[in-house]
Design a binder for this molecule. Structure first.
Ligand code: ISE
Length: 332
């Protein structure tokens, strides 16, 4: 069976999803690439062999020639377009965050529940990264003992265009909020957020967060969107009996000019290439099997709710409780 896809958004991630589905995922075919910038949609469609281009995402989603939807538009369009996909009864892989507003995330979970079928997967691709999976498997085996702490670092070379201060929490950190929650199998109770330099720090200054989970574990997260030197994601899970450290793929160590070094990628695509590939493959297979995989719309809501609490904690300069609505049985 071939699944005909509409890819909404032909920017960095839309282009990368088009490449992955075209080149690496058997059973996927690119029906439409949609972007407000017609030239960008056309360029991506020509490059990856999509049949049509469009500048009308809702029409692309409704089209009878589209079976499933990939949303890679800017964050503010994620929830409205996910709702349009649910209304059309089409499965959707939506880039993270599902929304920067938890109320909008709940509108999605409610619409999905009303439709009576799991249609939404949120693109938290780190759940498919081989190193995070190995650490989770080790933890679940009991070998590390009970999890006590999870240390996380997330550094970008430079902020993306339009990135403003709190987006380190609402756009970047949701990856850690989700992957730590998944790793520890717990929700969050409290979040505190600090910034070096206090109120005088530049808008793109790093944020440092400390969270307490419902299981009593501590999670700390540094997000630095202006790290300059490279794209660098690190983590260490500390258990009662040992620790496990996340590894990034390394293609080569270079010995040159009296030095030995490893290169950093410029952004997340090379670092998480395998995770994206596995995520997209698993999503496509889930459309045939009917068994959902990856992060649900509920998981999307949970990471946005903690991000919202984090933004409040940053502004108020104090610890904020993370409050979630009751989990619907639909997501049990
Ligand atoms: C971006 O949207 C991503 O998802 C990247 O993985 C993350 O590192 C970056 O900070 C975000 O802006």
């Amino acid at each position: 069976m071939t699944v005909r896809l509409a890819i909404i958004g032909a920017g960095t991630m839309g282009g990368d999803h088009a490449r992955i589905f075209a080149d690496e995922i058997p059973g996927a075919s690119l029906q439409t690439i949609c972007d407000a910038d017609a030239a960008r949609a056309r360029a991506a469609a020509d490059k990856w062999g999509a049949r049509h281009v469009s500048d009308d995402p809702e029409a692309a989603i409704r089209s009878s020639e589209v079976d499933a939807v990939v949303i890679a538009a800017p964050d503010q369009f994620h929830a409205p377009l996910t709702l349009a996909s649910i209304a059309a009864g089409k499965p959707v892989l939506c880039e993270k965050p599902l929304s920067q507003s938890s109320a909008e995330c709940l509108a999605v979970t409610e619409a999905e529940e009303k439709r009576g079928k799991r249609l939404v997967q949120v693109g938290f691709m780190r759940r498919f990264d081989p190193s995070y999976i190995e650490i989770k498997t080790l933890l679940s085996s009991g070998a590390l003992g009970r999890a006590l702490m999870f240390h996380c670092i997330h550094r970008n070379v430079a902020p993306a265009y339009g990135f403003e201060g709190s987006m380190a929490i609402s756009n970047s950190a949701p990856h850690e909020f989700d992957v730590a929650r998944w790793m520890l199998d717990a929700d969050y109770k409290f979040i505190s957020v600090f910034r070096p330099g206090g109120a005088t720090a530049a808008k793109s200054a790093p944020v440092f967060m400390i969270l307490e989970t419902t299981g009593g574990q501590l999670v700390d997260i540094e997000v630095n969107i202006s790290a300059t030197y490279g794209y660098d994601v690190r983590a260490e899970l500390v258990g009662e009996k040992g620790t496990a450290v996340l590894q990034a793929p390394v293609l080569s160590d270079v010995n040159l000019g009296l030095k030995s070094y490893r290169a950093y990628p410029e952004d997340w695509r090379p670092r998480f290439e395998e995770a994206y590939r596995r995520q997209n493959l698993a999503w496509l297979k889930s459309l045939t099997s009917g068994a959902p995989v990856g992060a649900s719309a509920w998981d999307g809501y949970c990471s946005t709710a903690v991000a919202e609490a984090g933004v409040k904690a940053l502004r108020a300069g104090k610890t904020v409780a993370v409050e979630l609505v009751a989990k619907p049985n639909f997501y049990a």
